[in-house]
Write a protein of this length. Sequence first.
Length: 101
Amino acid sequence: MYNIRISEEFYNDVADTVIYISNILYNVDAAKNFKSRINDAISKVAKNPKINPQLKTNQILEYEYRYVYVGNYYLIYHYDEENIYIARLIYSKRDFDNLRI
């Protein structure tokens, strides 16, 4: 079983997204549902991190990142023998080549 490590950037990404859905779109139920879907996605990644596709970008990255869709967002992570590192939650329409992961 893997240990789950979550970055501060991921927490900030989730908070910003939930605030946007709740306060800008005025949909508190959707925000709650989104948080639940994120937790479900992390649970699935924890069971088999190899199953999701690799993130393709022109950037030279330190790790081999993978992603899973959560609504209109990518949950981006990498892993080693013992840990899964949840790195970012990024809106799917963003330009990955100009984004710090």
